[in-house]
Design a protein around this ligand. Sequence first.
Ligand code: PEP
Ligand code: MG
Length: 551
Amino acid sequence: MILMQGKGVSTGVERGKLYFYHRADSTVVKCASDNLEEEKRRLVDAQEKAREQLEQLAEKCREEAGDESAILFETHALFVEDEDYVECIMNELEAEQCNIEHAVQTAGVQFAEMFANMDDAYMQARAADVRDVTQRILNNLMGIVPGGIDSEEPVILAADDLAPSETIQLDKSKILAFATQGGSGNSHTAILARTMGIPAICGLGDSIRPEYAGRMAYIDGETGRLVIDPDEITLKGFQDKYQKQVEMKRLLQAMKGQEDVTLDGKHVNVYCNIGSPADVDAVLANDGQGIGLFRSEFLYLAASDYPTEDEQFAAYKAVAAAMNGKRVIIRTLDIGADKQADYFNLTKEENPAMGLRAIRICLNRPEVFRTQLRALYRASAFGKVAIMFPMITSVWEIKECRRACKSVMQELQEEGVPFNPDTEIGIMIETPASVFIADELAKEVDFFSVGTNDLTQYTLACDRQCNDLGKFFDPHHPAVLRALKHAADAAHANGIWIGICGELGADLTLLPTFLALGMDELSVSPASVLPLRAEIRKSIAKTCDLKLLEC
Ligand code: PEP
Ligand code: MG
């Protein structure tokens, strides 16, 4: 038996083959070639593969979404062998006597620019198709697997660590669980695992070795144990726990359709945290009553360039419409710190968690902010959208945010574009500064949502990404809980509502404290909705106390 011990960061038991994540380096490096015939042969193979992939995608799309959606992939498949495009690649290859990757990339850029500079809007939009097809051919040339997992069956995904921009691009249907050497319970891989409702272990260190790839393993996201070749007793333990998990899930189904109310009538809004429109399926499947945090930056992390207003609008509108009138709180871009996208060209910082991130970037780059706000307000016509600003520390910041909102609303009105002028505006309480001036901030906004992940990090001066801090990173610390009380009292004294969207919201041991604080909303991963509802419905709010706030 091979036993590896890490830290469980998302509960659940699973069994599956270990697959090691291959970090794809998609940078094309130009190099000389003395065998152009070989380069041409490689291109033909990559084109052939691209055509097959696109035909399969078109077929899948036709089955799932009808003919119209399939046309896009069919057009891409034709473009792979477009005469002018291929000629452009060949010219570049002959002229530069280089590797085919460089020729394809150069031809792709030239072709995309040519389309982008055309007068006709339809032709301009074709630039994106050229980029897409070019990237597909390049991926095939460089052996990059889209979605990062080259396996027919779902796997336990092992990695040294995963950056948020990497996790967002993974093919989720292929992942049974995560097991990482580094990372922490607050990393976005852990958060993603909880959103997906699958087990995850971090901090396995060197014990998880690449030579274990392909071996059948058992993972327990509660105890943090990963086992290969379990002995009889260990195997029985896993099997029993798996059965209990299945039974628990079955019992929790009874919670669907029930109200989130305590025995003495205190109502709590149980909402969900999501990172992409695709997560809404899990929200609906778990009967979440709204979206308390849509981390919009994941749209940016999944892209190779700034998402356009229309792309963002489509994503926000899809979520708002799917939630069918239930509140959808979309947080504006919270990029920076561990969430990096190359095209932002952010300066490397010594302390990125305290650097230029989140609202600071938006206020410094008004065009990026404006594009997102326009998309958000346009989406507000299609559901109950609320806008939330992250990392607020000062009153002037929220005043500037409001000015930006007003100017966008004015623009849309002049253009005759529909939007909801009463869209709620809220802020995240995740810095000690925002806690101390919560009474002033409450006068400027419609709601507060406490980001306990960052609030814990900044209150305790403990890096949320660092797995070695152990007991020092303690979200139950009285200082954190007192900060919650300070913010809750300020919110209620000023007639606004307050919720929690950090990971602490799902901590059932703290539910009595949250009830005693009068929290109006708890936003948790979709898989945590029904267990939380079951606990709320067993609770008596008026008997809950604030004992945990004492040292
Ligand atoms: C938080 O800080 O608690 C939060 C919800 O935001 P994020 O985890 O995305 O920083
Ligand atoms: Mg945060």
